[in-house]
Design a protein around this ligand. Structure first.
Ligand SMILES: NC(=O)c1ccc[n+]([C@@H]2O[C@H](COP(=O)([O-])OP(=O)(O)OC[C@H]3O[C@@H](n4cnc5c(N)ncnc54)[C@H](OP(=O)(O)O)[C@@H]3O)[C@@H](O)[C@H]2O)c1
Length: 321
């Protein structure tokens, strides 16, 4: 079954996720959707020093938004800020240092942030594909800690701030890679069997989709969306998937093309006319399952994901999410 899913997914990717796929889709984009002024609005982007996150930060800064760059490395964050300031002319770019795999730090950061700032839009972009099974200082598997637990905790902690604003949004940067995975609630931290970083990442990205769907139901005042950026030439792809990068490098999207739907979901009024909780690719809602793939999860398993994340958060964080 997984061979079927992987093959169908890769063929779909060759058609849709490449630069050619973006260019074909872009023929149907409505240019006015992105002709907006978001001065006065506050955007938080995790993993904003690089790739898709940095491209989205620049695009939003150019439209006048205050952009909070959440990054784990001071030098890389400052370099990105300098570039964004110089290309956008905006001075409203703020750095926050945070490791998204550290539950306690996320809690402390969110608590302070909420008291000092307003937040209109949260873009959960930071992500990683660690190819060996590694643990964080807290003993949490690194892909899960960053892609799922960190994203869950930051979002949960910031929901009250978002709920105070009109037109609040959460945009989750997932991956089409999740299409090959069904939610597995038996082994969140990949303790069983042989570890496969690509499959761990895809499982994490499936979990992000389900979290988004669940939050959309439980928080109707906020517009949630989750998206796939396509295959874009970013540092993560070069370092985590070197063989894929070598084979595909002439076909990959630019970082700006990868960020296009993130920006569209974050700023356009067209995006929020669509139902909350959908999965997007190139500004369009698309299916969260491949044709004939048995990747649908039961309501019980989805509830178990939420409950497990809440339990793990409470174990590590002092702020009692
Ligand atoms: N590029 C693609 O083709 C593609 C396809 C599907 C999905 N995505 C998703 O797109 C998102 C952005 O990735 P990208 O391709 O733009 O790669 P990227 O340029 O490497 O960006 C990833 C960002 O996440 C940050 N990050 C990773 N772990 C972190 C942590 N523990 N704490 C804080 N920040 C952390 C990185 O920081 P450092 O610079 O410090 O490492 C970097 O800023 C990811 O969620 C990825 O899964 C990308």
């Amino acid at each position: 079954m997984s061979l079927y899913r992987n093959t169908v997914w890769f063929l779909k990717g060759l058609r849709e996720y490449t630069k050619g796929g973006y260019e074909a889709a872009a023929k149907h984009f409505v240019a006015e959707d992105l002709q907006v002024d978001v001065t006065g609005k506050s955007y938080m982007i995790t993993g904003a020093n690089s790739g898709i996150g940095k491209a989205a930060a620049l695009a939003i800064a150019k439209k006048g938004g205050t952009v909070h760059l959440v990054c784990r490395n001071k030098d890389r964050a400052e370099e990105a800020k300098e570039e964004i300031v110089s290309l956008s002319g905006s001075q409203s770019i703020v750095i926050h240092l945070l490791d998204m795999s550290n539950p306690k730090a996320i809690c402390e950061f969110a608590e302070t942030f909420k008291t000092e700032n307003k937040l209109n839009v949260l873009i959960n972009n930071a992500g990683c594909m660690v190819n060996e099974r590694e643990l964080t200082e807290d003993g949490i598997e690194k892909n899960f800690a960053t892609n799922v637990l960190g994203t869950y905790m930051l979002t949960r902690a910031l929901l009250p701030a978002l709920e105070k604003e009109d037109d609040a949004r959460v945009v989750m940067v997932s991956s089409g890679g999740m299409l090959v995975q069904k939610l597995d609630v038996s082994d969140f931290q990949f303790e069983k069997g042989t570890f496969d970083g690509t499959m761990a990442y895809a499982q994490n990205k499936r979990q992000q989709v389900i979290l988004t769907e669940q939050w959309a139901k439980s928080h109707p005042k906020i517009h949630f969306s989750v998206m796939h950026p396509g295959w874009a030439a970013t540092p993560a792809v070069r370092s985590s998937m070197p063989d894929f990068y070598e084979k595909m490098k002439n076909k990959l999207r630019t970082e700006e093309q990868g960020a296009d739907t993130v920006v569209w979901l974050a700023v356009s009024s067209a995006a929020t006319k669509l139902q909350s909780g959908l999965f997007f690719q190139d500004r369009k809602p698309v299916s969260t399952h491949l044709l004939l793939a048995s990747t649908h999860s039961s309501p019980g398993d989805e509830e178990k994901l939420l409950q497990s994340l809440q339990d793990i958060s409470q174990k590590f964080s002092p702020c009692g999410l």
